[in-house]
Structures are given as C-alpha cells and as structure tokens.
Write a protein that binds this ligand. Sequence first.
Ligand code: FAD
Length: 405
Amino acid sequence: ESKIVIIGAGHAGGALAAQLREQGHRGPLCVIGDEPYLPYQRPPLSKAVLKGATDTESLILRNAAFYQENDIEVRTGQTVSAIDRNARHVTLAGGESLPYDFLILATGARPRQLAIPGAGLANILTLRGIDDAARLKSALQPGRRLAIVGGGYVGLEVAASARALGMEVTVVEREARLLARVASEPLATFYERIHQQQGVQIIRNANLSHFEGDDHVTAVHLEDDRRLACDVAVVGVGALPRDELARAAGLHCENGVMVDQDARTSDPAIFAIGDLSWRPLPVYGDRMFRLESVPNALEQARQVACAIVGKPRPAAEVPWFWSDQYDIKLQIAGLPFDADRQVVRGAPEQSKFAVYHLRGEQVMAVEAINSPLDFIAGKQFILSQALVCADRLANMAIKAKDAAL
Ligand code: FAD
C-alpha cells in the first residue's frame, strides 16, 4: 500500500485524509500542519467567532478520535521545510524526514501584507486562522474605532461583526467599488447601502499612505491627506498562495501550483489542492482559476482521493461560494467572466434578489441574495449549459427554474 503525506492540516488537507480512507486507501497516511489545531473550518472566524456566537473548538472538522479510529496520523504544530522529489521524502523543520509515494500540497494561502510605513504597529491585524481571530476578537471592544483596509468579503464580514459588537467602523477601499474583484456592480451597490444603513462608513477610491502611531496604531492616513483615527486596523486585501515549497521543488506554478483535472501537479506523484492550486474548471472549458472557497477545497480533495485509489474522476462541479453579513446570506454559483449582460431578478430594496450573468442565452454565474432558489436554479443552468430566456428570468411570476428555453 502506498505511503501518503499531506502537507497542510487545513480544510483541504483534513477533508482529503478523511476522503482517502472513505475511498478505501489502506496504507500509511500522515497529515502535517503548522498550526497547533486539528483541521478546522475558517468561514466562521470572520462571522460567528468574532461576534462571540461560537467558540473555536466547534470549528474542528473531525475530532481526535476520528483520526485515531481511521489510523490517520495528524502531526500538528510541525512545519514542512523542503520536498525532495528524487528521494521522495519531505523534511520537517526539526530535521526529520518522511518518505512518500504520493504527496499532497494543501498549504492554503496567507493574507497579503501592506508594504507601507507603520504597517508593523501593534493592533494592525489580519485574519486567517484561529490565533488571528482570537487576537482580533480581544481588540474589538464596544465604542472603539475600527478601520478596515479592503472592501472584500473578509473585510465586509469583519465590518458586520464589529458593528454587532458596537464598534465604530470605517472601510477603506482602493477601487471605485466594494467587492471589485469578486462580485458584480449591482451586488457592490447593494452591500454598500446595507453597510451604510448599519452605520459603517465607506470610503472608496482611496489609497493608503501610512499608518500613524508610536507603538499601537492610532490612525490610517490616505494619500489625499485624510486622516482616519482608529484604535484597531484590519487589513483584508486578499491572500497569496503558499507555494514556496512547490516552487523550491521545481513544480510548475503560475498563480498558485498548476494542476490538472485530478489536481495532479507537473510531478505525477504530487497533487495540490485548495487555495494554493491553479486549477482548470471543466464547466468553463478548462479555463484556469485559483479559487479560495470551501467547496473548491472539498471538490479537489475528492478528485485526489479518487485518482489515488484508482476510481473514476468525480463529475465536474460548478464553483460556488457564500458570505454572511448581518442577516444577509449571499450565495454565488459560477464565475461571471465573459458575460455580456446581467439580469436582476427580485427586489434589491427588499434584500431578496439575484443577479444572473448571461453570455447570449447561457447562464455563466448567479449571485443570489437571501434567495436560495435562484442559487439552485442558476447552478443547475450553469451545469447543464441550458439556454434561458432573459425576460422570463426577470419575471417573478415565473419560477427561475422555468426560465429555460
Ligand atoms: P487552509 O484552510 O488555509 O489550510 C492550509 C493549512 O496549511 C494551514 O493550516 C497552514 O498553516 C498550513 N501550512 C502551510 N504551509 C505549511 C507547511 N510548510 N507545513 C505545514 N503546514 C503548513 N470560504 C467559503 O467558501 N465561504 C466563506 O464564507 C469563507 N469565509 C472565510 C472567512 C475567512 C476569515 C477566511 C480566512 C477564509 C474564508 N473562506 C471562505 C475560505 C476558506 O476558508 C478557504 O478556501 C479554505 O480554508 C481553503 O482550505 P485550504 O486547506 O486550501 O487552506
């Protein structure tokens, strides 16, 4: 039986270990993670955890007994420092080396840092893991002023959580609108209104010049000389793939580690899954993407498990994502590239609507606000490549799923 080593005990790595056993792999299986925790889910960190509605123990995906019963060795608090592809072993930071027949990279991504003066001051925080969330949570106190740099999902979710805690919140966004990289213009306009109604100040088209403070941050300065006083700053300006090990080992990397439809890298004995991977999407003609989402991590974990045990590749999935802010649930299916028109269905002013992105009569993506039926219908349209009638899609008297031509 082949020996399997997984680097990274996060969502993808944890899911893969379980999948491998479920699919029938019986050989030695070791997961190595540098955090001191068993694999856990990150989405609640910016939501329930910050608000104090969940403790971090409940984030653990599977408990220690599960790994024991399934004979999965999970080494927490240990860092892999090198991969030797010729000898087929990995080296841990302490010097120990572990042999593998198949190696899986699941090292995720790390928050992008700002390279501006003052960025190293205390109380300037990023959010990726449990420890970050604990630091941030203790800094979020009622009445304190929070400056959030970056109006993406993490920034906006932190804004919503901080408002629930009674903080004064300002979001500074470099682009002309919120969610510029990750959602459509109607959605950005909608979220801007919601956040403003909730008392969040939003400043767009704004570049940071520096942070002010002696020891702790006391203000954010913009290039147009505006000064935003704050007690805490959160930087949420995207994440970069942790692909150093892969690059050092000579694996083909682009925006992350390049993989095929089985999540296999340019070395047939090595796979890469989750936020780290640069992967083809069969539903979009194998165009390459780096996706940062739980469904993506789970899909690739299934692909690898099947490839290793020799089962057929699972059916291609439509990428999807969700975000929770206040009482608003966003679900996105697909990616709205190359779309030539948008159809809005429902009522944005009532916080229940969907934006369908069409190319011709084909649905490329749907963004659904408090509207799970639109999410399900849109996802199905994308998967089946059905043609739809835009007028029927916009007509609330007709069910979304009946808009197919
Ligand atoms: P990770 O979960 O980051 O795991 C990678 C692990 O590898 C980490 O523990 C890392 O420390 C470890 N590691 C890295 N290098 C080494 C090394 N050399 N040696 C040992 N260990 C190493 N997705 C959604 O779909 N919906 C959401 O609402 C959502 N909300 C989110 C909110 C926040 C605040 C964050 C941070 C993410 C959110 N995501 C959400 C994204 C989702 O959590 C990620 O897509 C998912 O965690 C990716 O899993 P992964 O295993 O690739 O990476």
